[in-house]
Design a protein around this ligand. Structure first.
Ligand code: PAF
Length: 285
């Protein structure tokens, strides 16, 4: 596996691969790998001749009071894991390489970026869309792999790719969960033992909602209140629980066929998000 830090170098290396007719699978990440990241790399490995991953903690998707400075980083450990999966290129640019002082251009995906996490993290999806655009232009992959855990991010990226005519196929991969159902996230590493135990209320609440939905409950307020009741703990600070259309994120008061049931919760230093699509059983757990 080659570790590459310069945009000009990765471009040259991948141009050579393309010349040989190789397909390129790409997994953009912010590093500190867990099984969720590895599942994306494994699928990319299966489906492509060449696998490229990027590891870049993107400052422009963090708000001023967010966790950019303390975001967990472990490049050595990440490289070991990526090598085991058979990754070919590990692209790890510096902030200066990605955002020289002269940087002035931004990518904005309207509407889909506004509700849910967008409301609590203004500018977040602009930062994501911009860095993913830059990475796509640098790597020029045939296929790129993203976790479904960040469901709104996946919607935003799919829309951006469609609207801006990127020649890239976007593949979403299922959320990988811990034994108790907690969605894997690099931010879980912030949790103390007590906070980690409390965090298991999140998957428990989602399971209660699935049960109620599958027993016929369709009223959004009732489903939201059910989850709220289950999430009451002095260690949990609920940011939002919302039910929206799974494609355009429109507000719903009743679930007709399918609905995105999403929540964001603060536990200690960690902001955790999770979701299920009611009516889409493959998202249940
Ligand atoms: O999901 C992430 O890790 C990041 O948001 C991404 C897509 C790598 C962009 O920085």
């Amino acid at each position: 596996m080659k570790i590459v830090r310069k945009i000009s170098d990765i471009r040259l290396l991948l141009a050579n691969e393309r010349k040989k007719g190789k397909t390129i699978g790409f997994v953009p990440t912010m590093g500190f790998f867990h099984q969720g990241h590895l599942s994306l790399m494994e699928l990319a490995r299966k489906e492509n001749d060449v696998v490229v991953i990027s590891s870049f903690v993107n400052p422009t998707q963090f708000g001023r009071d967010e966790d950019y400075e303390i975001y967990p980083r472990d490049e050595k450990g990440d490289c070991q894991q990526a090598r085991k999966v058979g990754v070919d290129y590990f692209f790890a640019p510096s902030v200066k390489e990605m955002y020289p002082e002269t940087h002035l251009s931004w990518v904005e995906v309207e509407k889909l970026s506004e509700p849910l996490c967008g409301r609590f993290r203004p500018g977040h999806f602009r930062g994501v869309a911009t860095v993913v655009t830059k990475l796509f232009n640098i790597v020029q992959p045939d296929t790129a792999y993203f976790g479904e855990k960040d469901y709104q991010q996946l919607l935003v990226i799919k829309k951006m790719v469609k609207d801006l005519n990127f020649p890239v196929k976007i593949v979403g991969c299922p959320t990988v969960r811990e034994k108790d159902g907690l969605a894997m996230s690099s931010r879980n590493s912030y949790l103390t033992t007590e906070e980690r135990e409390t965090a298991s209320l999140i998957p428990q609440a989602l399971r209660k909602v699935i049960e109620a939905f599958e027993s016929g409950e369709r009223d959004v307020n009732k489903l939201v209140n059910l989850a709220k009741e289950h999430l009451s703990s002095p260690l949990l600070n609920l940011e939002y629980i919302e039910v929206r259309g799974p494609d355009t994120l429109e507000e719903l008061s009743k679930v007709e066929k399918e609905a995105l049931f999403q929540l964001a919760v603060r536990v200690g230093k960690a902001r955790l998000i999770d979701h299920i699509i009611l009516g889409r059983k493959e998202t249940y757990f």
